[in-house]
Design a protein around this ligand. Structure first.
Ligand code: MN
Length: 252
């Protein structure tokens, strides 16, 4: 052992003695830090939080790791918790498909309609959101690129119009590209956690313009967030959703 390591060891040993002699310091060191508090455990029930298939920090600097962690582990988890609580007394919510329930909200009892709209809508929106982002990047190719050209005027016009729609959405909500069975694309916004499935449409992709999606990094600068967000889109996933939408097999 070098004299340096021995000195370190002795210093460390002296530190232990000093700590042991002053219990208040030991108590302070043992207290859990708020930053280390674990996320709430997954609640029991039919609804599960879909895992994020990439690390919280891979979308930086466009979306910071802390925003991703809070957004996925806390905000999305709150929808899951609420849905599992609703499913305790309404088990059909868990056994039916998300598409069927959201497409037939009026069939639900008034006592749960509003809660299902917000929480199942939120679950669907965020499941799509995590899926279409990631480190993959890329750009639209093949049939998807052609459809964007045809319906949305090409990538530059599409992104400009999509950002403008997201900026115009007053308060909280989403900006989507909806996709019809024949592949036709359209830019549409929805308030709160509404999802295109509620009026028989499907989301190809969408961006969350609730403040919780960007406030830590961008504060009130929603326009900057909308612009930067394009760097996080995984176009390979979007292409898979486009093909699935046309085949009628697109999940939430
Ligand atoms: Mn959100």
């Amino acid at each position: 052992m070098s004299s340096l390591s021995r000195r370190r060891l002795m210093t460390a040993a002296a530190g232990i003695v000093a700590v042991a002699a002053t219990p208040r310091i030991v108590f302070a060191q043992a207290a859990p830090s708020p930053a280390a508090a674990p996320a709430a455990p997954a609640p029991d029930g039919p609804f599960k939080l879909p895992p994020l298939n990439y690390a919280f920090n891979v979308l930086e600097p466009h979306i910071d790791a802390k925003t991703m962690e809070i957004h996925h582990d806390r905000h999305h988890m709150a929808f899951i918790t609420n849905l599992n609580n609703l499913a305790k007394t309404n088990p059909q919510l868990g056994s039916n498909s998300v598409q069927n329930v959201l497409g037939n909200l009026n069939a639900l009892d008034d006592s749960i309609k509003f809660a299902v709209r917000n929480n199942l809508g939120g679950h669907a929106n965020h499941s799509m959101f995590w899926e279409i982002m990631g480190p993959g990047g890329g750009k639209p190719e093949g049939e998807l690129a052609a459809q964007i050209e045809k319906d949305l005027g090409g990538m530059e016009k599409f992104q400009t119009d999509f950002n403008a729609a997201g900026l115009r959405q007053f308060g909280s909500g989403w900006v989507f590209v909806t996709v019809a069975k024949d592949g036709k694309l359209a830019i549409e916004t929805r308030p709160n956690q509404d999802n295109p499935m509620m009026d028989g449409k499907r989301a190809l992709l969408g961006n969350d313009v609730w403040e919780h999606a960007y406030y830590l990094n961008y504060q009130n600068r929603r326009a900057d967030y909308l612009k930067a967000w394009w760097n996080t889109v995984n176009w390979k996933k979007v292409s898979e959703r486009f093909a699935a939408a046309k085949a009628g097999t697109l999940g939430a």
